[in-house]
Design a protein around this ligand. Sequence first.
Ligand SMILES: [Zn+2]
Length: 248
Amino acid sequence: MELKQLVNYTRQILQVDQFKDYCPNGLQVEGRLEVNKIASGVSASLAFLEAARDAGADAVLVHHGYFWKNEAPCMVGVKRKRIKFLLDNEISLLAFHLPLDAHPELGNNAQLARVLGLSAETNFGNESLVASGSLVVPQTLSDFSTFVHSQLQRAPLVIGDLNRSVQSIAWCTGAAQGYFDEAIALGVDVYISGEISEQTVHLARESGVAYIAAGHHATERYGVRALGEHLSHHFGLSHEFIDIDNPV
Ligand SMILES: [Zn+2]
């Protein structure tokens, strides 16, 4: 298919124009104009690009692309290597950040809910990126944390009384520790995000809302993969999700 059609369709389903973001959403680097195979992954690291090239991808689809607001704009060092690699291999880079977090079906928050079996009364988006819902049955923070560990294949960092029962839940994938206040205001039992900061620990202890830091990378594996699968079915493209391990 034509690259242009792929870009336009993806921008449209993710409603890119509705977001004010810290990076461009859509086609960030243009490669060959005909696309037969796409590879998806969390971040456009060089290791990911090399794996995508080896897999024969014409275009890559990521959550963390390039050209972030406030980053040094010059094409030197690591940035030069990555972009040179894309141009030399004629691989297109499509990146979707906040629109991919928020999408009610393909988004990171929606897909994390699916992986963790969170309920459908889920509230996505509107003004906020924080989603909320509940566990199907109440369980101890300890049991739920063990479940999160097994589903995401990464040990979470948990702040809170492990013996307490939890059911109502709010979550936001990635580096969303800054939204913890919103979760506290919602009055939920537990909040899940990817990362945690020093001060977040005290907020959790003093508010009584448990905090599960389940990994930035681990919580954001699922949106871009779902988007890749959707595009693959919709356009008959071949698709491969490539996971480059990241301990954060
Ligand atoms: Zn992220």
